[in-house]
Write a protein that binds this ligand. Structure first.
Ligand code: GLN
Length: 477
């Protein structure tokens, strides 16, 4: 039999249901795998070997190992956002998604490395040092959910949770060759997700295939009275959308996404993928999303503005790290924040505070919110009458080298040029493996749909997966 760690959650569930597999065997294998590989990959900031067990023997995820991004609160377990400022912080409560996972029998095996407070696209801003891409250990896994994506790709976990503010689930999924979904804003509760930008953040699944992503979304989605932005709509059973059928599906292909700067291999892979869907009966429609060029600058006003406000709570008084030997209270705040935050976090706090300050608020923040509405209207128009989904690349390039962009924030920010619009507009979007570059690095295709139309995304992605095997390829480790 194949190694258990290389199977998907739905394959393992079948074996468990047939009583031919004891879940503890999966765990043994997974922890051995982590021990063997994680010194190299560094996807974990915490391995929860001692108390990893299912809290119930029933449930949709009974016995399935799940890795949690380190910005999601797990009761009594270190939750640091990969920042020194939260050193030693153990939340007194579970995030809603964690409660739901526990109720369904999932086994939480640890916390995943990430960019500090989810600021980044490479996992290099982590206080604990970078995670490596399993396909090439000299390259970044993407970010900020790089630990989650790398661990899924390296079979160090079966499923993982990430969070996505501007691409942090989809971009690392793409660069590591796995499936990642950012749900519609409001589909999944953010209660217990340590906030980066509250109007953009969503938690979502990272998985080995589309079916596993559906399984995990089924568990975490739904209204939560603890999050007033979660939406009170019934949650469909996403497994029902797993049908091989794209006949008549109208795929929008936005011309603004295929311009200079895009890597040749990426462009080719996406075009081939679209043709595969066409051969199966989908239609393509050339569309225009004219405000795309403003998305990056809009995001880098809105996201840091919200982040600067959200991060004000880390002052050394209530949580985590506190600087020693301060002269007085003000000095304690200053020392704690100076020593506790890394460079990128400081950059975001400065940018955000500036944009929100009186005198600049109208010129930056208010203006950005207006442009955000324009960007959303572009999508409303496209989904209104022209197309059912939109397909684009997830990232303009495959994984880049560690160190290549860290000194140049702007080149790093450009990694998310294709993923940011979905967050600004609140749309669901998934990255699915769709090819490899000439030097054998994974390439992901992004599928977007209108709000709460995750089912369209699942159907499209599942159909594609049925006729391709990119998702089955494994890195040599
Ligand atoms: N890379 C983007 C940023 O640094 C998005 C991060 C995210 O989605 N958390 O803001």
């Amino acid at each position: 039999m194949e190694n258990l760690y290389s199977l998907t959650a739905h394959e393992l569930r079948e074996l468990i249901d047939k009583k031919s597999l004891e879940p503890s065997r999966i765990l043994d294998e997974i922890f051995k795998r982590i021990e063997l590989l994680d010194d190299k990959i560094k996807a974990f900031v915490l391995v929860n070997k001692l108390n990893a067990k299912a809290e119930t023997k029933i449930g949709k995820l009974f016995g399935i190992p799940v890795l949690i991004k380190d910005n999601i609160c797990v009761k009594d377990e270190n939750t640091t956002c990969a920042s020194k400022i939260l050193e030693g912080f153990k939340p007194p409560y579970d995030a809603t998604v964690i409660k739901k996972l526990k109720l369904e029998g999932a086994v939480l095996i640890g916390k995943a490395n990430m960019d500090e407070f989810a600021f980044g696209s490479s996992c290099e801003t982590s206080f604990y040092g970078p995670t490596k891409n399993p396909w090439d250990l000299e390259r970044i896994p993407g970010g900020s959910s790089g630990g989650s994506a790398a661990a899924v790709a390296a079979d160090e976990t079966i499923l993982a949770l990430g969070s996505d503010t501007g691409g942090s689930i989809r971009q690392p999924a793409s660069l590591c060759g796995v499936v990642g979904l950012k749900p519609t804003y409001g589909r999944v509760s953010r209660y217990g997700l340590i906030a980066f930008a509250s109007s953009l953040d969503q938690i979502g699944p990272i998985a080995k295939d589309v079916k596993d992503a559906a399984l995990l979304l089924n568990v975490i989605a739904g209204h939560d009275e603890m999050d007033s932005t979660s939406v009170d709509l019934p949650v469909p059973d996403y497994r029902k959308s797993l049908v091989k059928d794209v006949k008549g599906l109208r795929i929008g292909v936005p011309k603004e996404y295929f311009v200079k700067g895009i890597d040749k291999d990426v462009e080719e892979a996406i075009k081939k993928a679209i043709n595969i869907l066409k051969d199966l009966g989908a239609k393509t429609i050339d569309i225009s999303l004219p405000h795309t060029e403003y998305a990056l600058s809009t995001y880098y006003i809105v996201a840091p503005a919200e982040a600067s406000s959200n991060l004000a709570r880390f002052d050394g008084v209530q949580y985590g790290f506190r600087a020693k030997d301060a002269k007085d209270l003000i000095d304690m705040y200053v020392q704690t924040r100076s020593q506790g935050f890394g460079n990128e976090a400081k950059r975001r706090i400065l940018l955000g505070t500036y944009c929100l300050s009186s005198g600049y608020y109208d010129a930056y923040y208010l203006k950005a919110q207006k442009v955000r509405t324009k960007i959303k209207e572009d999508f409303d128009n496209a989904f209104g009458s022209l197309c059912d989904c939109i397909i684009t690349p997830t990232s303009p390039t495959p994984a880049f080298k560690i160190g290549e962009r860290i000194e140049e924030p702007l080149s790093m920010y450009l990694s998310d040029i294709y993923t940011i619009p979905a967050n600004l507009a609140g749309l669901p979007a998934m990255s699915v493996p769709c090819g490899f570059s000439k030097n054998n690095l994974p390439i992901g295709m992004q599928i977007l749909a209108k709000p709460f139309a995750e089912e369209t995304i699942f159907r499209t992605a599942y159909t594609f997966e049925q006729v391709t095997d990119f998702h089955k390829k494994k890195p040599k480790l």
